[in-house]
Design a protein around this ligand. Structure first.
Ligand code: FES
Length: 231
């Protein structure tokens, strides 16, 4: 015969065990729930992509004293590659005379319309708007590789890391970092370098390379690009 008292004791022990199980289960589930809640409310960290490494051309295709347009690191960022004909500290290629820049003016970020005068129009007489801004840079530097912004006549020196020679830009041009593979003769764009202040103390130019990389977030990076001969 069963002992009713003993039976009740067994039932209550079973109940306690089940209750304990339920409590620990809900505790575990609770922790999991809290963890997934924390996960879902923690800020989304967007990964800054790496600069793409894109072949621009082979050295055999680059003519001396010639300017070329290309897009980098996204399709909507216009850049300029120049074989300056002068050996430069940061130039690449066998003659160390090739440099490249983003063609966005650092004054009001006058987008993609920095003026490249055709060769025959680089005569100072033709560039009438420049005459309104003294000094006449073209007369001062008749044989320099310069870049002009038509918005407010900002002038950059392509032979000196895109430094501001005249006009209101706060910072130098953004340089495109180039790599030259001696064995193959191929030239690659491998990144952008932050601009430098036009005069010491200017704070508008960020030296943080990640700030430049943020322009690429959510955009389609170029995996190839074409050089278009400009002059
Ligand atoms: S936007 Fe280029 S000089 Fe002002």
């Amino acid at each position: 015969m069963s002992d009713p008292e003993h039976g009740e004791k067994e039932v209550s022990t079973d109940r306690r065990t089940i209750l304990k199980l339920i409590t620990s289960l809900s505790f575990i589930l609770g922790i999991g729930g809290v963890a997934s809640l924390i996960k879902s409310i923690s800020p989304v960290v967007l990964e800054i992509p790496e600069w793409p490494r894109v072949k621009l051309a082979n050295i055999s295709q680059i003519k001396p004293n010639t300017w070329y347009l290309f897009s980098y690191p996204t399709k909507d960022i216009p850049c300029l590659l120049v074989k300056t004909g002068k050996s430069l500290p940061s130039g690449v290629g066998p003659d160390k005379d090739i440099v490249a820049y983003v063609m966005i003016c650092q004054h009001a970020r006058y987008y993609g319309t920095i003026y490249i005068p055709p060769k025959e129009k680089r005569n100072p007489e033709e560039l009438t708007y420049l005459k309104t801004v003294p000094p006449n840079i073209l007369e001062l530097y008749p044989d320099k590789n310069l870049l002009y912004c038509p918005a407010h006549a900002g002038i950059y020196d392509l032979e000196k890391d895109g430094e501001v020679l005249a006009g209101p830009p706060f910072c130098s041009l953004c340089k495109v970092s180039l790599e030259y593979e001696e064995a193959s003769g191929d030239i690659y764009a491998v990144g952008l370098a932050p601009p430098a202040p036009a005069v010491p103390g200017v704070t508008q130019c960020s030296s943080d390379p990640n700030e430049l990389k943020r322009i690429m977030l959510g955009k389609k990076l170029v995996s190839e690009t074409l050089l278009e001969e400009k002059i």
